[in-house]
Design a protein around this ligand. Structure first.
Ligand code: SF4
Ligand code: MG
Length: 326
């Protein structure tokens, strides 16, 4: 499998003044393969969005690196190169209304990227492209001259998707694209995204706060907790054999449809709140809430390692297993 994005030891700290830093993303490493959907989940404030925004250069990196198609994203680049990154990496947001300019028509919203990147040679071609994009996302030309407030949440998300597609990207970061939508609409947007992925060979980073939301769309899923990536593997493996205690707790919180099974299941209740990312716990950041915490968990940061083939985890419970594998 070919890598499209490589994230290595990425850190993004925000300066809080008085020498304090909010460690939003702290030493995170993972790859995204061409054509796959990588799901990224965790409670709000765990660093998912910041990871996405740093990959796409909306934020500068505090440390570490991101490469896209083998090219360094954050290093100094000439203007042409930066423009190319801006075109090839697009973002879809949670609240499509907030991200669509209310004073612009749908046509101009979608055509903005076409204009910036000079992708149409004439007014006619520009309009033709907009009409095509509207059809592609399940809208039509009648919608072109309307304004965002005239649309439902699901339709606005379709407009956001059309805007992202307008510049023919390779990679789309979808930051909670369905979290604000009605459950009945969520599946429609996910289906649309999957269809577009097949047709256009797109690669997705799909961010959500809930494991059940990423289950169907993701090939692999990564789980974040308090600025760290704690587990990453194939979607099925993550759901069936989660290794990290935090993943196990998240999964136990998803209701299963079968009431019989639901009653017999053990729910793992996490004690306490997520600690502050300004002064996270020593060692393993999850230790203040972990049902399996041991002495070593306060003393040493668990290393991010491939515990089983293609299954990465950062947890001391697997240290012995790792030693045996080496
Ligand atoms: Fe729990 Fe320790 Fe593993 Fe952290 S390293 S998840 S505290 S067992
Ligand atoms: Mg977020």
């Amino acid at each position: 499998r070919e890598k499209l994005v490589e994230v290595k030891n990425l850190k993004k700290y925000f300066d809080m003044g008085k020498g304090q830093h909010l460690k939003a993303v702290d030493d995170v490493s993972f790859d995204i393969y061409k054509g796959e959907t990588l799901g990224l989940v965790g409670e709000s404030g765990c660093g998912k969005s910041t990871t996405g925004r740093t990959i796409i250069r909306l934020y500068g990196a505090t440390d570490g690196s991101v490469t896209f198609n083998g090219e360094d994203v954050h290093g100094k680049k000439d203007k042409t190169k930066l423009k190319e990154f801006n075109r090839k990496m697009q973002m879809i947001f949670q609240d499509p209304y907030a991200s669509l300019n209310p004073r612009m028509t749908v046509k101009d919203i979608i055509a903005e990227g076409i204009d910036i990147h000079g992708l149409a040679n004439s007014k006619e071609e520009r309009l033709e492209k907009v009409y095509d994009l509207l059809e592609t996302v399940g809208l039509n030309k009648e919608h072109a001259n309307r304004y965002p407030h005239e649309f439902s949440g699901g339709q606005r998300q379709r407009i956001g998707i059309a805007r992202a597609l307008a510049v023919d990207p390779d990679f789309i970061i979808a930051d909670e694209p369905i979290s604000a939508l009605d459950v009945s609409i969520q599946a429609q947007v996910v289906n649309l995204m999957q269809k577009l992925q097949r047709e256009r060979g797109l690669t997705y980073l799909f961010i959500a706060h809930d494991l059940s939301m990423v289950k169907h769309i993701s090939d692999r899923v990564g789980v974040m907790y308090l600025g760290n990536l704690v587990e990453l593997t194939e979607s099925d493996t993550l759901y069936n054999e989660p290794l990290h205690p935090y993943t196990q707790a998240l999964l136990s919180a998803i209701p299963v449809p079968d009431p019989e099974l639901e009653r017999s299941r053990e729910r793992i209740i996490l004690e306490g709140d997520v600690p502050s990312p300004v002064s996270p716990p020593s060692g393993c950041r999850f230790r203040t809430r972990c049902p399996h915490a041991m002495d070593i968990c306060a003393k040493a940061v668990p290393q991010w390692q491939e515990a089983r083939e293609g299954h990465y985890v950062a947890c001391h419970l697997y240290d012995d297993e790792l030693k045996e594998n080496q």
